[in-house]
Design a protein around this ligand. Sequence first.
Ligand code: 5AD
Ligand code: SF4
Length: 443
Amino acid sequence: MEKKFHITTFGCQMNEHDSETLAGMLLEKGYTQAKERKDANIVIFNTCSIRENADKRFFGTLGQLKKKKMAEKENFTVCVCGCMMQQQHIIDTIKEKYPWVDVIFGTHNLHELPVLLDNLYKEKHKQLSVWEDGGEIVEGLPAERLFKHKAFVNIMYGCNNFCTYCIVPYTRGRERSRKPEDIIREIRALVADGVKEVTLLGQNVNSYKGVSEADGSQCDFADLIYQINDIEGLERIRFMTSHPKDLSDKLIQAYRDCKKLCHYFHLPVQAGSSKVLKEMNRRYTREAYLELVRKLREVDPDIAISTDIIVGFPGETEEEFEETLTLCEEVRYDSAFTFLYSIRKGTPAAKYENQVPEDIKHERFNRLVDAINRISAEKNAEYVGRIEKVLVDGPSKTNSKTYGGRTETFKLVNFKGSPEMIGQIVDVKIIASNTFSLEGEVV
Ligand code: 5AD
Ligand code: SF4
């Protein structure tokens, strides 16, 4: 029987890229990929545990497969992996309520999937393999990219920061950086395969600490950017995610020196009040954050800045929330991801007694979103009349003549395009703006 897999990915770009690796490994082993879940006989869920609704959505979707699994038995395989599987209480729930799941693995042993599937089919019993922490970084795994012209590249894994609300240090383990040579080699190979833009991935790329294989020398994140900037054929460099406390002047300087570094910075602030930031264990103040923004704009006046904000962290008062609003007005973010604080079992903040009532959280959230959207729309309106360099991704899902792409500042631009433009950087004149996108004409 043909083995056809489908991967459903929840969560961040780290997970997206892990799924690309899972797909790459299975394709290499001769499996085929189904476009839709209903056409697959191997279904894989790559899960996220960052907030409670991510957990709920996963269990909801998993539950829908029970009937099919009961009917098709060993002809239908269900695998679950990702951040949720690094938590014992989740594994216990799956064993108890979803005992028909065939394969469970974690974030540290993705590379085992082909072996786990082989074992499942040979031994005819369930496979559970979750590593408590990451060992040596496994190099050289294949990845099936979504786009020919863009790629994700992991530069580090894990997080050492232990923000008090966050589950990531528990699900992704301690920080481990790849060797600079391994990263450069991977990007060179990607460029040879048609990639024009790389997005460097890590929970906190600013604390990247690579050690050179050649001479044991240290390579920090800014050093790495300079090296990548020299790769011939590569056009654009992006990265995700940064921690303000580790953002160095050296990296800010790279915006002046490195032509390929896109004019865009995602700099999660989380809250506008220094007191709340302290309770979140973020290790910077409102003032220090604003100073970083000032320095970035000084070096690169065109830079677009986006952020992540949590509303309703335990103990957040109305005044403290208003400090978040005023910070947004001061920074004038191009865009922001806003989140309702969500209790994560095992994190320090989950035990705080002064949780903010749901109705207050929602009311603050709505006020924040209104402010963010207004500012985004104003910022986008400033683009009308400009000519922007757009890397073309392809036609939109709803209209085959409308093409979409991104400016260096990561603005989505829609315009009338044609297939030969895909993967090219074209000049587009911006003729109109919306809250979340721009409209343009190729010049
Ligand atoms: N509740 C709400 N938002 C959270 N984030 C992380 N943990 C939580 C939580 N417990 C948000 C942060 C982070 C983004 C990826 O998710 O803003 O930057
Ligand atoms: Fe979570 Fe903080 Fe680490 Fe980001 S830096 S992954 S918010 S603990």
